[in-house]
Design a protein around this ligand. Structure first.
Ligand code: KIV
Length: 265
């Protein structure tokens, strides 16, 4: 199967085919996603909330991300692997961004993602100029949730709507190979997708774009609730895991595990 590249994603958009993106935080899930045919695996800083138990992504560091980025890369052969740049790994200066993006690229990833629009335009341009593919991320960008007054839908008001279009255009001008749009009304996504040529992928942004991304623990039912409206749980692993733990406890306590078939003689 053809390896996924920015050029592959662009062709997909031109042919009107939707790409499917998903996050992963370890080798095992990355391998399953890759074998299933996921196009892009994002090693999201959502790792902080989904795996590390933080209440936001702000505490996530490069030291947290580096080992899992390597693990996901080792698990994925065909999919494009994108490393999410954690909070304050790119905001302080372009030099910071280059150094940290370089640390991810050395692990074999295919690009990096950073949040923001016009405000990160120069940084994005510099990264792209030196050969690092960049995925943009606009809309409700979780690293800025305090500025937005919480995790809320963005772009309902006219000025915010226009700001998001301008941000997406700035990202395209800076050279991103794609843009994620998070938690906005579908009209915002439709307009961005019409205005720009690079693929636009939505999360909580409706269907008028070039593909979707979800957080894998939400999709498989491993995230603690409550879930945002846009999440669809395709499996309920929390229930399966709790059930397995309960049955194990029962069988140890009543002496039915281990039996002869689990015992060396
Ligand atoms: O960190 C993440 O998982 C993300 C997605 C929600 C797009 O940025």
């Amino acid at each position: 199967m053809e390896r996924v590249t920015p050029q592959y994603l662009k062709k997909k958009k031109e042919k009107g085919e939707r790409a499917v993106l998903l996050t992963a935080y370890d080798y095992f899930i990355a391998r399953l996603e890759d074998e299933a045919g996921i196009d892009v695996i994002l090693v999201g800083d959502s790792y902080g909330t989904t795996v590390l138990g933080y209440s936001s992504t702000l505490p996530v560091t490069m030291a947290d991300m580096l080992p899992i980025v390597g693990a996901v890369r080792r698990g994925a052969k065909r999919a494009m692997v994108i490393a999410d740049m954690p909070y304050m790994s790119y905001q302080p200066s372009t030099e910071h961004a280059i150094r940290n993006a370089g640390r991810f690229m050395r692990l074999g990833v295919d690009g990096v993602k950073l949040e923001g629009g016009i405000v990160v335009k120069d940084t994005v341009k510099r990264l792209v100029d030196i050969g690092i593919p960049v995925m943009g991320h606009t809309g409700m960008t979780p690293q800025s949730y305090k500025k937005f007054g919480g995790y809320r839908v963005r772009g309902k008001k006219k000025d915010e709507f226009q700001e998001l279009i301008t941000d997406a255009m700035a990202l395209e001008e800076a050279g991103v190979f794609s843009i994620i749009v998070e938690c906005v009304p579908e009209d915002v996504t439709r307009r961005i997708t019409e205005e720009i040529k690079v693929p636009v992928y939505g999360i909580g942004a409706g269907k008028h774009c070039d593909g979707q991304i979800l957080v894998v623990t939400d999709l498989i039912g491993l995230s603690p609730g409550p879930m945002p409206k846009f999440v669809k749980e395709y499996a309920h692993l929390q229930n399966d895991i709790t059930d397995a733990i309960n049955r194990y406890m029962d069988e140890v306590r009543n002496g039915t595990y281990p039996n002869a078939s689990h015992t060396y003689f």
